[in-house]
Design a protein around this ligand. Sequence first.
Ligand code: ADP
Ligand code: MG
Length: 250
Amino acid sequence: MVKAEGVHKSFGAAHILKGIDLEVAPREVFCLIGPSGSGKSTFLRCINHLEKVNAGRLSVDGELVGYREHNGKLYELRDKEVAARRRDIGMVFQRFNLFPHMTAVENIMEAPIQVKGESKGAARERATKLLDRVGLADKAGNYPSQLSGGQQQRVAIARALAMEPKLMLFDEPTSALDPELVGDVLDVMKDLAADGMTMIVVTHEMGFAREVGDSLVFMDDGVVVESGHPRDVLGNPQHERTKSFLSKVL
Ligand code: ADP
Ligand code: MG
């Protein structure tokens, strides 16, 4: 579903991604861990067309991110084409980013109506089902300010799912939450994983990675240091940098 081959990204003189190679299979829960500043968010943003890679190949579902291939030549995607590709990718951020002037159900209805031209009735029906799925059927009429952080994050997940993405990106979805609210969000993610969603999850929740992850990558300073099954990487890290990081977070 995602393939990175020698992906590089710089911001000016700052070389952030220094040749990332990895593959995410369909239906896989792929966990990405690493110290702050190692480039995890930048990598997710490249997958989601929010940043352009400087070198290497990055593809989602067999299509190069940002380019169209035709007769062996590469053409940069136009804005409309980028928008179409981005529809297939859901992203959930550390901060919930809900529209503050819309209720929970309206937040979820917004993209299907605006982007897909879905009818209000159909969008509401779908949004209601999604709210139920994330355990918030009774909060449809609440504004974000009337929801806890964990509830807002579950609405944000439902909002991403409303576009029926084939890939979900989670960038530290529980890092901004009070500890007692983390479990409900992780439960929603587990449910999604059990349902076969392909997910890339940047997280510091090692319990989630161990229990739900199919593979895990430890990234440091813009490179993949170590990867494998979460049980192996977390239980028996091979590299000094991985050991040192895990000793701080476990
Ligand atoms: P992580 O998510 O692993 O904490 P990030 O991908 O957010 O790391 O950031 C990696 C590095 O890239 C940081 O040093 C950050 O300051 C830098 N960076 C990220 N985005 C930009 C940007 N738009 N312009 C300049 N530097 C950036
Ligand atoms: Mg980050």
